[in-house]
Unconditional design. Structure first.
Length: 133
């Protein structure tokens, strides 16, 4: 998923809470990548527009590790990828399903992290009502 290059801050987390927080690079910086091996969601925030979004992984194959990888390309995008089998070959006969949900919110700078966490909980409940983990 490609977030707007106007996004200024991010969070990564799992169901227990926030694992990592950061600020996206400025316009003159070179692109960089990051990898989160135990996160289940990512939130992004645009401080200027006071808007944010959350991507939450509702369902994933339980037998395999799933990683979130992001690319911070200033002026182009803030891209998020869901990765599986990144360091090995997909086994023959693999059968798996992924399901994600994305939610949006408006918030001032002081409240964005707590509103992002509220949206995470709302998105998480979608998985429970659908019978996912």
């Amino acid at each position: 998923y490609a977030w707007s290059p106007a996004m200024s801050e991010y969070l990564f987390g799992n169901d227990a809470g926030i694992q990592r927080r950061g600020t996206f690079l400025g316009d003159s910086a070179k692109p960089t990548e990051g990898l989160e091996k135990s996160s289940r969601w990512m939130a992004v925030y645009n401080a200027k527009m006071q808007q944010g979004a959350v991507l939450y992984v509702l369902r994933q194959p339980s037998q395999e590790e799933t990683w979130l990888q992001f690319t911070d390309a200033p002026g182009v995008y803030r891209k998020l990828r869901l990765m599986i089998f990144s360091e090995k070959t997909m086994p023959a006969g693999f059968d798996g399903t992924f399901q994600i949900a994305i939610g949006f919110f408006a918030a001032n700078r002081n409240d964005w992290e707590s509103l992002a966490r509220e949206r995470v909980q709302q998105l998480r409940s979608l998985g429970r009502t659908a019978g996912n983990n």
